[in-house]
Design a protein around this ligand. Structure first.
Ligand SMILES: [Zn+2]
Length: 337
């Protein structure tokens, strides 16, 4: 448990309220699609809904569409159905949430007291080997694509699954990376195997992110990133967003402190400019103690205050890092002059 003085509690609350808090990965749309619950209603099931995001002070949430990885049936159609659910749910809650495709829209949402919702895709199966699908998905508002999920797809190999996972991006994967650079989409290398990450780093002209990955030096798991990978992603201006799982050996007993340990390791390696939060809530079975659901997100800030991080560093980690990189990828600096 984190013990703060009254002054620290007050400071943590102020930092968290004022900061723009971003979570770059969740799987909430799966429950929505199954009809288990509605985004606008506070539920005791799962981890994320609009009331709990509001309570937790989360200002921008990336909602991933995951359609089953290599076992996906009719992935393109499935993605369209999930994307429709996303927009249907936003449409039902116009006073609380708004779709966002740029950092300006994210900041405007916060100013209006709304949550910004960004559409993502986990696993490139819905692209079905075409670039035209990618371009049309961009027009549908898709801005974050996790290239692979499990096993081998048309883009490359994942760290686990049914493939040998030793080769890098396919020729098609290379074309997708280039087209995402051109369109201004966020390339996400979480789940991608080591050769694939190397390929993306070599080919992409833009910074890349690992939307939900931790540090292998803290817990040696294939889904976590090595120190070399963390340094390479940072050297290219990119981001590593700590995930609320793959924390330590016993995956049923993670805690807030474990998440903070991973974050601290990444900070020690590359400084506070390359770190963020990518909870994977609603995609993990056991959320950490102290981060049980989205309503507890302030505990990250409380933990960072307890560990002595500056206000500036905390604000960067909570969201400003992502906004900086997102603006770069979408070339907003040029647009805003
Ligand atoms: Zn994932």
């Amino acid at each position: 448990m984190i013990q703060l003085t009254a002054e620290q509690e007050e400071r943590a609350k102020r930092i968290h309220d004022e900061a723009l808090v971003v979570d770059t990965h969740c799987d909430t749309l799966m429950d929505i699609e199954k009809g288990v619950r509605q985004l606008g209603e506070r539920s005791d099931k799962g981890h994320i809904d609009l009331p709990r995001l509001k309570e937790g002070g989360v200002d921008a949430q990336v909602f991933a569409c995951w359609v089953g990885g290599t076992k996906a049936v009719e992935p393109l159609k499935h993605f369209m159905v999930m994307a429709d659910h996303f927009y249907q749910q936003l449409g039902k809650n116009p006073d609380t949430v708004v779709a966002a495709t740029t950092t300006r829209e994210i900041r405007a949402a916060k100013q209006a007291g709304k949550i910004a919702a960004v559409l993502g895709m986990e696993g490139g199966e819905p692209l079905e080997g075409e670039l035209g699908t990618l371009r049309l998905f961009y027009r549908l508002g898709l801005r974050v694509v996790t290239l692979v999920w499990g096993g081998r797809n048309k883009l490359g190999d994942a760290v686990f699954g049914d493939s040998r996972a030793t080769s890098g991006l396919t020729d098609y994967g290379v074309e997708v990376v280039k087209e995402m650079n051109r369109l201004g989409m966020v390339i996400d290398v979480s789940h991608l195997n080591a050769r694939g990450v190397e390929d993306v780093l070599e080919i992409s002209t833009m910074p890349i992110i690992a939307s939900h990955s931790n540090a292998r030096a803290v817990f040696d798991h294939v889904r976590n990133l090595s120190d070399d990978q963390i340094r390479a992603i940072a050297a290219k201006g990119g981001l590593i967003h700590s995930v609320f799982t793959f924390l330590h050996q016993d995956r049923t007993k993670g805690s807030l402190d474990d998440v903070l340990d991973h974050m601290e390791h990444i900070m020690k390696l590359v400084g506070p400019d390359h770190l963020g939060i990518g909870s994977d809530l609603d995609g993990i079975q056991n959320s950490p103690i102290g981060l049980e659901d989205a309503s507890k997100m302030i505990n990250i800030t409380r933990g960072l205050v307890a560990r002595g991080y500056t206000i500036g560093a905390i604000r960067q980690i909570l969201g400003e890092n992502f906004l900086r990189v997102f603006a770069q990828i979408t070339r907003e600096e040029q647009i805003t002059g």
